[in-house]
Design a binder for this molecule. Structure first.
Ligand SMILES: O=P(O)(O)OC[C@H]1O[C@](O)(CO)[C@@H](O)[C@@H]1O
Length: 382
């Protein structure tokens, strides 16, 4: 098997380095303004920033239910300088540690409190999301093919609204367009109705768009059943948890027009058992999906199609490594046990599956195209 070097955080000025040195301090400041954390939590957050930018990887010092599994995932990184760890490990471990520091696992007022809720809620209720959800009123006026294309485009670009990313980039949120794939390619993956698995990414607007896609999968009979996978707990600021699924769904169902209709249909599908929501612990692992545990692999083996949303899932699916951008997507996901689609806005350095001409013209532009969030892709593999 060909293996490329993993993407790291140690190179000053690199994307991963900037996430730790520029984005994380801003995020922590926002968390501290959003919550009346006491000195212990504030000092703990500063210590975490210091450890992760200047220090060595220290063990977890909490006794959370996932402590053991995390101790195993982190075992071979302990004692190494953070700067020498992979971006995927470092960022994931950072978020796990952050949760412990905010008191999420400890007895007290912060137990079970998702520290990112204020940010996710603000996004769900902001003007841009309201406008996008209002635009769903156009859907009933479109013919089938147009409607298919519209819901896939919305699911792809919904990934642009990502709070962690917005904190780390100068991108103005442009949408230069799809640089690979198309909605038609996406839909061509579906045949007889079977179980379709959707590995969700962010809450708020992106999850709303994902639920619109789920509704379309069920309404058109492309899926007999949908399994929606979300994170078991707060992660990477805006990642969707089971609580977020209910919050977004209630919001949709309470809206007038098509958004409300879709919300009601999705609620009914949940009641009927046509949609299940799952949150396997591995979705928070600092690991690539090629290393997923047997029980999760078995779930995907039984899927007619699995859809991966977003940048982090893409990094974990193809391997967060310095691959040639022209490496065929099918090669990169050959470890995956079934047909797969990835819908992603490019927000970090990894890229595969691109045409050589596309890569040449992107490379010739002055733009750091891999990380601006202005480009998106739809990849499929059977
Ligand atoms: O929400 P998404 O699409 O997974 O994107 C998260 C991305 O944002 C970052 O956290 C920072 O840009 C990336 O590391 C990560 O891949």
């Amino acid at each position: 098997m060909v293996v490329a070097p993993w993407i790291g955080i140690g190179e000053p000025g690199s994307f991963g380095w900037r996430v730790f040195h520029e984005r994380h301090p801003v995020m922590i400041e926002r968390l501290c303004s959003a919550h009346p954390f006491g000195p212990d939590v504030r000092d703990g957050l500063s210590a975490l920033l210091r450890e992760s930018t200047e220090g060595d990887v220290a063990p977890l010092d909490d006794d959370a239910p996932d402590h053991q599994v995390w101790a195993e995932w982190a075992a071979d990184q302990l004692g190494r300088p953070w700067a020498e760890t992979s971006f995927l490990f470092a960022e994931s471990y950072f978020f796990r540690k952050l949760l412990a520091v905010t008191g999420f696992f400890a007895p007290g007022p912060w137990r079970g409190v998702d520290p990112f809720t204020p940010m996710k809620r603000a996004e769900l209720h902001n003007d841009a999301t309201a406008e996008t959800l209002k635009a769903l009123d156009e859907l009933p006026h479109l013919d089938g093919a147009e409607r298919d294309a519209a819901v896939v485009q919305a699911a792809v670009w919904g990934n642009q609204a990502d709070l962690a990313f917005q904190l780390s980039t100068d991108a103005g949120g442009g949408t230069s367009g799809l640089i690979s794939g198309s909605p038609e390619e996406f839909w061509s993956l579906f045949g007889e109705p079977g179980a379709v698995h959707l590995v969700a990414d962010n809450a708020a607007g992106e999850l709303a768009a994902d639920l619109v896609l789920v509704d379309r999968l069920l309404a058109t009979g492309r899926a007999g059943h949908v399994v929606l996978h979300v994170k078991p707990g707060p992660y990477y600021v805006s990642d969707a948890t089971p609580t977020d699924v209910l919050e977004v769904l209630n919001h949709l169902a309470g809206l007038p027009g098509e958004a409300g209709e879709i919300g009601a249909r999705v609620q009914n599908a949940l009641r009927a058992g046509d949609i299940s929501v799952r949150s396997h612990p591995f979705f928070c692992a600092p690991k690539e999906f090629s290393e997923m545990p047997r029980d999760l692999r078995a779930e995907f083996e039984s899927a007619a199609v699995t859809i991966f949303k977003g940048d982090l899932n893409y990094r974990r699916l193809v391997g967060d490594r310095h691959w040639p951008a022209t490496r065929p997507f099918a090669d990169a996901v050959s470890h995956f046990p079934g047909p797969v689609a990835a819908l992603r806005v490019l927000k970090s350095e990894v890229a595969v599956g691109l045409d050589v001409d596309v890569v040449s013209s992107l490379d010739a532009s002055d733009e750091p195209w891999r990380t601006t969030g202005a480009h998106a892709l739809i990849h499929t593999s059977r």
